[in-house]
Structures are given as structure tokens and as C-alpha cells.
Design a binder for this molecule. Structure first.
Ligand code: COA
Length: 329
């Protein structure tokens, strides 16, 4: 496989941590180089393809385990001279051709230099669909108080909860994984990787605002929060299917609002798949969450099943003046 690591020469920060663990401002930007180095160190990087274009820096596609939980993500960086539909198509197919994951996800905000509308226009003919998540936010000051269901108590969530949260994750999401994530869930690896890599393993994990709900000894719900550039983000909210509809979801979110309010935060946000069949959208709106646009970014990314690409189901984007053609046909 052609593999040469190319780091972003502009050193453009992909994201910034707003606060460090102690809650003090930490302005240090995490550059693309740092992020790539972290991915390699954590063993998350599973493949990379470099697209030479004649210049010293050109394009890079990376797969890595992702917070999308179920597959790898294709992170794409394209040098200015490569920012075209043809380059994107070539790079995507190169990744898929190496026998990649079940699906490819591409995140607009990782595609440095490509506006989301441009990216959408480029990848939709390849069969990519928007995952369709929306970002919602609520004011913590006016967040409605909630009462915990009888017999349930909350405590701080942490790494010792790992195994029980993996189990809860499967019970909470397993049935609806296809709607929520576009793929079947492998609880043995996906829930574990998600918790280890995206929650407990990240400095952005907000330990003081993350809770587990227990009934007796048994975890029946949890809410996990991360610090992001846009403020506190509820990365995950789940309630055991057998314990739903008793106000536990609302109580977990109210506990987050209390913790954030106590340290002077004003808002909290989360992302929602509108088709979520468990009624999450209804709950969020009742609690005062409203849709926000995040500087033009739509979270969730665009995804496509790789079998669709391998089997030539996509349409190649025509060069100006040409008519579209079917791949493989
Ligand atoms: C979303 C979730 C955490 C809610 O937990 P919960 O303990 O049932 O929450 P609550 O009891 O506080 O509130 C649920 C609300 O949704 C309503 N509801 C329940 N099932 C519903 C459904 N299938 N469709 C629409 N509304 C539904 C309930 O009536 C209640 O509304 P109300 O308070 O106005 O009566 C839980 O359903 C869950 O774990 N879902 C799977 C994981 C998930 O998708 N998490 C959210 C990711 S964005």
C-alpha cells in the first residue's frame, strides 16, 4: 500500500481543547500533526493512503477507529492543487480497494479547505449520505429540575464502570444501531473501543459532569460528557430499555446541568439522529434543547457502505462538458 505520512504544512488546528483537566483555559492548539501522531500512538490508525500530485504535499487519507463506534473513518486532507472531485474519488476508491471497513465515513470538518457544501457535492455521487445528525443546545441556568425514579441513585462515572457500561451500551443501542449508526453494532469491540478511546481515554472527557445511574448494584443508565471547542457536549446518554419512560433520561441530563451550572457554564449541547426511534428527540425538546448551527458545520458526517463502492454502484462525477458515467459499466 502506498503509505507516506504527510502532515498539514499549514499546521491548521483541527480542534482545540477549551479547558484542561483542572478546568483552566488551555489554549494549546492540537494540530493535524499532533492528531495524527496521537492516532498512531494509540494504535487507532489502521491504514493510510497518500496521493502524490507532483508537489511536495498533496493528499492524505486515513482510516482510524472512530467515535462513530462502528467502523473506520476516512479522514481526508487535500492540498489546494488536489481539491477536486476526481482527487476525492480516487483517494476514496484507493482506500476502499485495499479491503477496508464495512463503511466509510467522512467528516466535513476534517476535510480542511473543503466547505461542507463542496464536499457534499463531491461525495454524494459516490453514494455518500448525510448521517443526518443535528446539534441541539440548552441553557443550563433554566434547565428543568428532574426527580430520579424511586430506587435509582447517581454516582460519578469512571473507568471502573467500563465493563458494565459496555453491557449497557449493547442493551441501549444494539437494536437500533442500524438506524443510529448505519451499521450493526459489535458490542465486544465497538462499545469497548468507544468507551476506552473516546471517553475515558481522552483528556476532553468531563469527569465531573458524567454519571452512572444504579438500581441496587446494577447500572441502568449513564450520561457521559466531553469538553469541546463549542462547550460541554453530552457525548452519550443511555438508559436500559427495561427502565425507560420513568424520567431517568431527564434526571441524568438535569444532573449534568447542575454540575455545569455549579462551575459557571451556560450551555450544554448534544447531537441527535432525528430518526432515533427511542424518543430522544421528544425528550430533548421537552427539556428545552433547540437546534443550533455550529458555524455552518453539521455534525455526523457523510457515510457510505464500502460494498456499494466496491461493487461499482456509484456514479463518477463528470469532468466539465462530459456526461456522468456508471463506475464499472
Ligand atoms: C433517550 C433515552 C436516554 C431516554 O431515556 P428515558 O429514561 O426513557 O427518558 P425519560 O423517561 O426521561 O423521557 C422519555 C420521554 O420520551 C417519551 N418516549 C418514550 N419512548 C418514546 C418513543 N418511542 N417515541 C417518542 N417518545 C417516546 C416518553 O414518553 C418521555 O416523554 P415525556 O417525559 O414527555 O412523557 C433512552 O430512550 C435511550 O437510552 N435510548 C437509546 C440510546 C439513545 O438513543 N440515546 C440518545 C442518543 S442522542
Amino acid at each position: 500500500m502506498p503509505f507516506r505520512l504527510v502532515l498539514d504544512p499549514t499546521d491548521e488546528p483541527l480542534f482545540r481543547l477549551r479547558q484542561d483537566e483542572a478546568g483552566t483555559p488551555a489554549p494549546s492548539p492540537l494540530s493535524t500533526a499532533t492528531v495524527v501522531a496521537q492516532e498512531i500512538a494509540a494504535g487507532r490508525l489502521t491504514a493510510a493512503v497518500w496521493a502524490p500530485s507532483g508537489g511536495p504535499e498533496s493528499g492524505l487519507a486515513l482510516w482510524h477507529r472512530s467515535m462513530v463506534r462502528v467502523s473506520k473513518v476516512l479522514t481526508l486532507w487535500l492540498a489546494p492543487d488536489l481539491r477536486s472531485a476526481a482527487a476525492y474519488t480516487a483517494l476514496t476508491l484507493e482506500v476502499v480497494g485495499t479491503g477496508g471497513p464495512e463503511r466509510v465515513v467522512t467528516l466535513p470538518d476534517h476535510a480542511a479547505g473543503l466547505e461542507e457544501r463542496d464536499l457534499g457535492a463531491i461525495v454524494r455521487p459516490l453514494g455518500f449520505e448525510h448521517v443526518g445528525r443535528v446539534r441541539l443546545a440548552a441553557a443550563v441556568e433554566s434547565f428543568p429540575p428532574a426527580v430520579l425514579p424511586e430506587g435509582v441513585s447517581l454516582r460519578a462515572a469512571g473507568p471502573p464502570d467500563r465493563l458494565s457500561l459496555i453491557d449497557l451500551f449493547e442493551r441501549a443501542y444494539g437494536k437500533d444501531a442500524d438506524v443510529l449508526f448505519g451499521a450493526t453494532l459489535d458490542p465486544a469491540t465497538d462499545a469497548r473501543d468507544y468507551l476506552d478511546m473516546e471517553i475515558f481515554g481522552k483528556p476532553a472527557w468531563d469527569r465531573a459532569a458524567s454519571f452512572v445511574a444504579v438500581e441496587g448494584d446494577r447500572p441502568v443508565g449513564s450520561v457521559l460528557v466531553q469538553r469541546t471547542e463549542a462547550g460541554p457536549l453530552v457525548a452519550d446518554l443511555m438508559v436500559d430499555p427495561g427502565r425507560r419512560g420513568r424520567g431517568l433520561g431527564a434526571a441524568l441530563l438535569a444532573a449534568v446541568a447542575d454540575a455545569l451550572r455549579a462551575r459557571g457554564e451556560t450551555t450544554m449541547s448534544l447531537t441527535l439522529t432525528p430518526r432515533n426511534p427511542s424518543g430522544a428527540g421528544h425528550l430533548y425538546r421537552r427539556l428545552g434543547f433547540v437546534e443550533v448551527t455550529d458555524a455552518g458545520r453539521r455534525p455526523g458526517g457523510l457515510w457510505v457502505r464500502t460494498s456499494f463502492l466496491r461493487e461499482g454502484g456509484f456514479r463518477l462525477l463528470p469532468e466539465p462538458g462530459e456526461t456522468p458515467c456508471q463506475a464499472g459499466g
